[in-house]
Design a protein around this ligand. Structure first.
Ligand SMILES: [Zn+2]
Ligand SMILES: [Zn+2]
Length: 511
């Protein structure tokens, strides 16, 4: 069940998907083979030698070391809000790259992302956004302290009941640790490592893969779950396997920390061949627990249970947070014509009601996730400062800022697992493109006839679209092969789907 063709025009398949034992290291290795960076650092079509600069990099040497031999255009643009980094670049220029860039993503000066970035920088001018906020630090320290105390209480009382809150606090500590590994090096990023997962690995799989290419073939957080959880629409996956995945989800969430711990130490010893301070951090909890438990063995057993509970909560929060819902773009769905990087981000994410209104919930639930994708290095507590700029820019570029409730996202995530068919979302097509796809009645008759005689597993639907702005009714054609159930409300139109034999009719009406 390997999916290898992207629906984003110009997006090439990512060879990292084909590797049997997928680790963060293999993601980078695949990038080195694919990106045409010729052993250097690639930004757009230029190659730079950042070797000498690495130890002066304000974000930390690690970012530079890990990305050697890859195309860093997207991370470079999204991680540097000011033009300071861009001004330094010419000094390190080596030559032009021999091959074209593998991805068609753009950062046009007047495009969505660059416009938003300028406004965000202005909105953040009164805070030191390069450093974590005091509020975040306080909440993080409180969470890690509570996790340690609860873990010690578990060891002392050997109470399975306390394992549950210890697991919840460990999960929250891990989520807030995510705020820190995105930023320049700070000791609080190691809070993340208490989970047994690696802050270094997540800088690769989350910051360099998921954040940059969410819900696409290049997203490690998509392909590393396959085939257990398969969110991309793919007609070759079966409904049965989707249902099994739905049922097995809680088990998959609970085993996530174990799985990542195994891969982590495999990479430490066999791939990176380097044991760092952060690789000792996961042992802090079991070691301190063993001082309070009757034996080391009992302490380890109880710690493994806390890890299990923490993993369950962490992945339950993570997979249901922002990215998976049939209304959210997944590679395979028909994509729009605009390849602006910021729009690619927002098409693959949805903000949430309630959670996004509280700093504590934002920090413990991957909240304000769209804004966080656009500004990954900005402390989550500073993101609300950019909301006005975000809404204004979205409005100008016709991007929806409609939020979902958490419950809507949970339901959507489970639905997405059994999503076989690519979706065509009219909101992703420009009005001009949609109008081009609309056609007149005689053509519909011809197509219907074609469908009736060929019966080739796909159907041609009649689509009625009402544009609110012009108030005209258009008739268009749409290829669909499944019954798209129910009724969805979008920004400015409604859709109705109904089904006659293999014939699917799609209705959209403005409210
Ligand atoms: Zn995300
Ligand atoms: Zn993130």
């Amino acid at each position: 069940m390997e999916k290898s063709k992207s629906s984003i025009p110009g997006f090439e398949n990512f060879p990292g998907r084909e590797v049997k034992f997928k680790t963060p290291y293999t993601f980078l290795e695949a990038r080195r083979k694919t990106d045409g960076a010729e052993g250097l650092w690639r930004i757009r079509n230029n190659l730079y030698d950042l070797e000498g600069f690495a130890k002066f990099h304000p974000g930390g040497e690690e970012w530079i070391r890990l990305t050697k031999g890859t195309d860093i255009t997207e991370i470079f643009e999204s991680h540097h809000l000011t033009d300071k980094a861009a001004k330094l670049l010419p000094k390190y220029l080596v030559r032009e790259a021999a091959s074209p860039r593998k991805l068609p993503i753009t950062f046009e000066t007047n495009g969505f992302f660059s416009t938003f970035k300028r406004r965000a920088l202005d909105a953040l001018k009164h805070v030191d956004f390069h450093r974590p906020s005091r509020k975040t630090n306080f909440i993080a320290d409180f969470l890690v302290g509570t996790t340690v105390l609860l873990s010690l209480a578990v060891a002392y009382t050997q109470s399975y009941l306390i394992v549950v809150p210890a697991g919840i606090f460990l999960a929250w500590t891990t989520v807030i640790g995510h705020n820190y590994f995105h930023m320049r090096n700070t000791f609080r990023m190691y809070y993340f490592d208490l989970s047994t997962m690696s802050s270094k690995d997540w800088r690769i799989t989350h910051a360099m893969s998921h954040h940059v290419y969410p819900n696409t073939l290049w997203d490690y957080e998509i392909y590393s779950f396959e085939p257990f959880l398969f969110w991309l629409p793919d007609p070759t996956k079966s409904t049965l396997s989707g249902v099994v995945s739905q049922l097995a989800s809680p088990l998959i969430w609970a085993l996530g920390f174990y799985e990542q711990a195994i891969k982590r130490y495999y990479s430490v010893f066999l791939e990176y061949k380097r044991f760092e301070f952060r690789d000792a951090v996961p042992f802090f909890l079991p070691m301190s627990m063993s001082l309070f438990a009757p034996s080391v063995l009992v302490a380890v057993k109880l710690w493994l249970l806390i890890i299990l509970a923490g993993s369950f909560v962490f992945f339950m929060i993570g997979v249901n947070a922002a990215h998976h819902h049939p209304d959210i773009f997944h590679d395979g769905d028909i994509y729009r014509d605009d390849f602006d990087w910021g729009i690619l981000e927002l098409d693959a994410v949805r903000e949430r009601t309630v959670i996004d209104d509280s700093d504590f919930l934002v920090l413990t639930n991957f909240g304000l996730h769209g804004l966080h994708h656009l500004l990954p290095t900005v402390d989550h507590c500073y993101l609300p400062l950019c909301e006005k700029a975000f809404k204004k820019t979205c409005k100008e570029f016709g991007i929806s800022t409609e939020k979902f409730s958490q419950w809507e996202l949970v339901k959507g995530q489970f639905k997405q697992i059994v999503q076989l068919e690519p979706q065509s979302k009219p909101e992703l097509l420009s009005k001009e493109k949609f109008q081009k796809s609309a056609c007149n009645l005689p053509f519909i008759c011809i197509s219907l006839f074609g469908n009736l005689i060929s019966w080739q597993g796909f159907t041609i639907g009649l689509q009625v679209e009402a544009w609110r702005e012009c108030g005209t009714i258009q008739l268009g054609l749409e290829r669909r092969s499944v019954w798209l159930e129910n009724f969805r409300k979008d920004q400015c139109y409604y859709y109705y789907y109904f089904h006659l034999g293999s014939f699917t009719a799609v209705g959209h009406g403005s409210p």
